[in-house]
Design a protein around this ligand. Sequence first.
Ligand SMILES: Cc1ncc(COP(=O)(O)O)c(C=O)c1O
Length: 447
Amino acid sequence: MKTEILTQYRTKIENDYRKKTKLSKAAFKEAQLYVAGGVTRETCYWKPYPVFVERGEGCRIYDLDGNEYVDYNNAFTSSLLGHTPPQVVEAIRESATKLLGAGAATQSIHQFAKLFCDRYSSVDKMRFCCSGTEAVMYACRAARAHTGKEKIVKHIGSYHGGTPEQEVAVIASTRGLTSNSGIDVIATNVYDRQAMKALFEKHQTELAGLLLNGVWFLKGDDTLMFLRDLCTRYGVPMIMDEVMSFRLAMGGAQEYFGVEADISCFGKYIGGAGLAVGAFGGREEIMTGFDYTTQSEPIHQAGTFAANPVTVAAGIASLKTLTPKYFTRLNNLGNRLKAGFNKAFNEIGIKGYVMGEGSLSLMGFGELEMVSDPRRANVPEGQAEVARLLQLAMTVKGNYVAGSGTLWTTTGPMTDADIDKTVSDLHKCLAEAKPVIAEAAHNLIGE
Ligand SMILES: Cc1ncc(COP(=O)(O)O)c(C=O)c1O
């Protein structure tokens, strides 16, 4: 019985999907001939095959079959101005016709840097790179150079990018890594104050930095203040990964939660809606480590495409668009989505969570579980399958999210009506899935 109802539901949802996305299916088949796995990153793939996107405009994307989706993925959250924002496209066009690449100093770089220094009181000097991963990597290097110590403390489950060190306690697969990978990272629950105090006391001679993700794991309580005090007391730089949380306010999570870090990392949004970008900055005494005009042995930073003129031009145009009013709008839309999703779960009587701050919403079944070893993460099979099919059902209804279907972001061009339609779609999809959930994942049925 259990498998029968799930099989029927799967057949229906997958058939609906296949009917709408025939050209995507064909494209995936061809892609598999030349691209390992058919897509270039895991989260762009889902069963039975992913949608192939052709173009985007405002908050919508269009696939090869001409289907329209309200995009809640937004280039992995980076397009917070929506797709092809005219002012950014114009800045790109203008820059590209003047200087496409430059292995040279350009004035636009310090104009870009100034925009960060003006927004963040904790940032005196900046450096640019090509991704959020690189930004965090260099920030950790700066902290190590500054302190002369090696260990970085981070929150379990908190994502900071794709180097082996950054993947500790996040990614389950260790294939291709050496046994020493991540040896200088301590992953722990930063909310456990007693444990954090004990850890700082025990490892004080080794700690180079506390790396925090400005958004998911920091609630608006005083944990951040506690961690700030701990860092100050032990002389450990606080590294705030603002790659995602930059979108919360003019001064990112630091302004939003009222705390100042020592080093900040940026990416995604600062490149103007989809270009490869990363940046980091911080206090003068730390960033001076990169200053070859004063240091006998400066910290090395390279990167062929770092601060590429086109990316910088797009970034400046984006940052100028991102005013306090714009952030308020983004956050209001996100709060409307969260409230609507929560209401849908409650009304249908299914246990789910909707977390996150402002324009970022993390949604899933049951409760979000943080585990120190991701290989021990244990989502029951039935629940994982229902979650997959629910995401597919939402896609069929014209709502686009990434592979795992958990992260929903709002963008400037969205309207209340777009959000309300998505909420209503979730309501319908949950109602349709409820009998299946009752059989295949009955622990998710509310009282
Ligand atoms: C908080 C955070 N840090 C770092 C990264 C890595 O950025 P990138 O994908 O540009 O390397 C991400 C990417 O999602 C992120 O969310």
